[in-house]
Design a protein around this ligand. Structure first.
Ligand SMILES: *Cc1c(COP(=O)(O)O)cnc(C)c1O
Length: 439
């Protein structure tokens, strides 16, 4: 199994090393220090270390304490009158704690750790991934603006666009995830933002992010992406020129199915300030215990991802040979729409993929789902447990057309042994066969 984990960490470290070397050179120029060869013998700077190392050490407010205290704070007391007045006169800053809603060392530790992962200038936390998406769309779009939203987007994002956003006077056009050439014809004078999600929810189309960023740059548009599937470990949108990247931390970042949170990272300090102020103005704040759970989960992200990826590849390779499986929507498989772009841009895959299966009747599909013992039925994914979810792919079927006897099922491969998961799926198929042969 080490193969892929190794490939990922090596690539990530190379890629980060490059980035950080650039940054270090900039710093040297700033300090007017000559780039002397003797400098190379000194130990690497903290921010030039491998990504896996940085995930473990980033975001530790007190370096002596591996897991820092959790700050449950609303009121923070000032030393005296003068301290209060000084605070009121000073601009908003991240260094001092002065009221719980503005952030505590606990939420800041999580922000710092995610910034480090994403190579971001800042991180804005939210109570869920959905809240992060709503914040991005509300913060950067005004009445009269036009949004280009990918058609394969997460269902609640679509609902937000056609509901809340439309009521605010922001128009949305949905574009084909696989045809970025069609974007040009959709752009008009009021277009402000192109929003991406890759792979797409349910149908797993991989988008050509660099090509879309190029179109956006040409027209002076903002770009945003839902990067929940990849996390910065598999694809770092900011390094590909995307302005804003959000993730539902509920999924892999936390990884333990015990808290919800969302996070947005960005390429410029101006974009950070805007979203930070927007979030404060709306009184949104991630609760301290959830921030602490998220930080705890984040430490093991790299090892979990490797095991999810290997397990999913084992199960998918077995599924591919099953007579009931017509098509795999696993980004690492050629049958996945946009697979060539996945090969070009991504560092690896994870545990989430789809399959188109021959299900004959709904009863047969129900027999499959109900027979499974290790795969739970439920929303969300990215935790340590395996899940199976029959999908309602009611829109965007252009890239994944279904025949009348086919059904779309999403699987999340958890940290269980893949052989046990395969045995579970095999008895699910047997239960299906029993139903269809008796009818
Ligand atoms: C789950 C999910 C979200 C929403 O995240 P919550 O934390 O559940 O609100 C957004 N985008 C994608 C792609 C998701 O899978």
């Amino acid at each position: 199994m080490g193969e892929n984990v190794k490939k990922n960490s090596e690539h990530n470290s190379e890629h980060n090393l490059e980035h950080n070397l650039e940054r270090d050179v900039e710093k040297d120029v700033e300090k007017n220090v000559s780039n002397d060869v003797t400098e190379q013998s000194s130990p690497p700077a903290a921010d030039a270390r491998h990504l896996n190392t940085r995930i473990v050490h980033a975001g530790r407010p007190d370096p002596r304490v591996v897991n820092g205290p959790v700050f449950h704070a609303s009121t923070v007391l000032f030393e005296n009158y003068a301290a209060l007045k000084a605070r009121e006169a000073a601009p908003l800053d991240r260094e001092h704690m002065y009221y719980g809603r503005m952030g505590t060392p606990t939420t800041r530790a999580l922000e710092d750790a995610i910034c480090e992962l994403d190579n971001s200038v800042g991180a804005v936390l939210a109570t869920s991934g959905t809240a992060s998406i709503a914040s991005i769309l509300n913060c950067y779009l005004s009445p009269g603006d036009h949004l280009l939203m990918v058609d394969s987007v997460y269902g609640p994002t679509r609902k937000f666009c056609v509901g809340s956003l439309a009521r605010r006077g922001v128009r949305t056009s949905f574009y084909d995830p696989l045809k970025h050439e069609s974007l040009e014809s959709l752009i008009d004078d009021s277009t402000r933002m192109i929003f991406m999600e890759s792979p797409g929810s349910a149908t797993f189309e991989i988008q050509d992010v660099p090509a879309i960023v190029a179109v956006a740059k040409q027209h002076g548009l903002l770009t945003a992406i839902d990067n929940t599937w990849a996390t910065p470990l598999l694809f770092n949108p900011l390094d590909f020129g995307v302005d804003l990247a959000m993730q539902s931390g509920t999924k892999y970042l936390n990884g333990h199915a015990d808290c919800l949170f969302g996070v947005t990272t960005m390429r410029s300090p101006e974009l950070y300030t805007q979203l930070h102020h927007h979030t404060l103005a709306h009184g949104m704040h991630l609760a301290p215990d959830d921030a602490n759970l998220a930080l705890r989960g984040l430490r093991t992200l790299a090892v979990r991802m490797g095991v999810h990826d290997q397990g999913a590849r084992c199960v998918a390779a077995w599924l591919e040979k099953q007579p009931r499986v017509r098509r795999l929507l696993h980004p690492a498989w050629e049958s996945c729409p946009g697979h060539a772009i996945f090969e070009r841009d991504f560092q690896g895959a994870n545990g989430l993929f789809g399959m188109v299966m021959r299900r004959e009747t709904e009863e047969a599909l129900a027999a499959f789902v109900d027979a499974l013992q290790l795969f739970g039925v439920g929303f969300s994914w990215g935790g340590f447990e395996s899940l199976c979810l029959p999908m309602q792919a009611t829109r965007n079927l252009a890239s994944v057309p279904l025949a009348h006897d086919e059904g779309l099922v999403r699987l999340h491969i958890g940290l269980e042994h893949p052989e046990d998961l395969i045995a579970d799926l095999a008895q699910g198929f047997a239960a299906m066969d029993a139903v269809t042969s008796s009818s």
